[in-house]
Write a protein that binds this ligand. Structure first.
Ligand code: C2E
Ligand code: MG
Ligand code: MG
Ligand code: MG
Length: 276
């Protein structure tokens, strides 16, 4: 019997698997206490029109883990979705964003705050009503709140999301399709849904202005968005060359490290803390 190497192999797989499960369970446990221990924070990244006037901010979640330090949402959003924890985390994100919006509006802010929303939130029956309650509670207009949903999440099960999406329309909530171009949109749905903005994914912006394919794709997305009556914003703009090309191509707004990185402060927050 050649028992040595097969059993070793099984053991190897078993321990590696065990490690992953342990890591996963630990992460889930940490995620659960993260809210009550106030380890989450929202960062805000500014968005600009072609004249470089700030039109709004995207709220981006940050997790300050006591041991791991700053954990990117890219590392835990999926786990939060798989475990359903995203609904509670997402509610926290929305309330914080609305509280911030209220503070800024009181200081004269006329722009919008965009909040990222996961598919599971979209399929949660009470979601739209909880947003409506939040807006009423803090006295903020829905017109200044935008919900970002990735193309993939939106198209994943549009039929099931339709009730929530219709409520968004009734409530006047702006809907942006995030990471556009990386999923598979049905044009018929895009036309039917209450979409107000399309966000060109960063992967198409990276190659501008030299990559002809990226140029063609960006032009096509901009033309299509405008034909559907949507505004277009490009994400991940890092160079003046990209910004210049996009503005010339008719892209309405820009977001990216070139114009502003995500940070804990947004509209007048900094000036305020300096008492300026
Ligand atoms: P996203 O919504 O597409 O957000 C844009 C991401 O690109 C952010 O990463 C942002 O920091 C980064 N970024 C912005 N400008 C540039 C640039 O010029 N260059 C480069 N290289 N990157 C740029 P972040 O904050 O790590 O978020 C990653 C993703 O996690 C987000 O992608 C979004 O899908 C998700 N996410 C973030 N916050 C939330 C949240 O509150 N709820 C949900 N459900 N998802 C969230
Ligand atoms: Mg986004
Ligand atoms: Mg995006
Ligand atoms: Mg993206």
């Amino acid at each position: 019997r050649a028992k040595k190497s097969p059993s070793q192999r099984v053991q190897f797989f078993a321990s590696e698997f065990g490690e992953q499960v342990l890591h996963r369970q630990e992460m889930i446990r940490s995620l659960k206490v993260a809210i009550q221990n106030q380890q989450f924070q929202l960062y805000y990244q500014p968005q600009f029109d072609r004249l470089r006037r700030c039109t709004g901010y995207e709220a981006l979640l940050r997790w300050h883990h006591p041991v791991l330090g700053a954990v990117s949402p890219a590392e835990f959003i999926q786990l939060a979705e798989e475990t359903g924890l995203i609904v509670r985390i997402g509610d926290w994100v929305l309330e914080q964003a609305v509280i911030t919006l209220k503070r800024w509006v009181d200081q004269g802010f006329m722009g919008r705050i965009a909040v990222n929303v996961s598919a599971m939130q979209l399929h949660d029956e009470g979601f739209a009503d909880r947003i409506s309650d939040l807006l009423r509670r803090y006295g903020v207009t829905a017109l200044q709140l935008e919900l970002e949903i990735t193309e993939t999440a939106l198209m994943d099960d549009v039929e099931r999301a339709m009730a929530t999406l219709s409520r968004f329309r009734e409530l006047d909530l702006a809907l942006a399709v995030d990471d556009f171009g990386t999923g598979y949109s049905s044009l018929a749905y895009l036309k039917a849904l209450p979409v107000s903005r399309i966000k060109i994914d960063r992967t198409f912006v990276t190659g501008l202005p030299d990559n002809e394919q990226d140029e063609a794709l960006c032009k096509t997305i901009i033309t299509m968005a405008h034909a559907l009556g949507c505004e277009v914003i490009a994400e991940g703009v890092e160079t003046e060359a990209q910004a210049g090309w996009l503005a010339l191509a008719g892209c309405d707004e820009l977001q990216g490290f070139l114009l502003g990185k995500p940070g804990p402060h947004g509209f007048r927050d900094k000036a305020d803390s300096d008492n300026g």
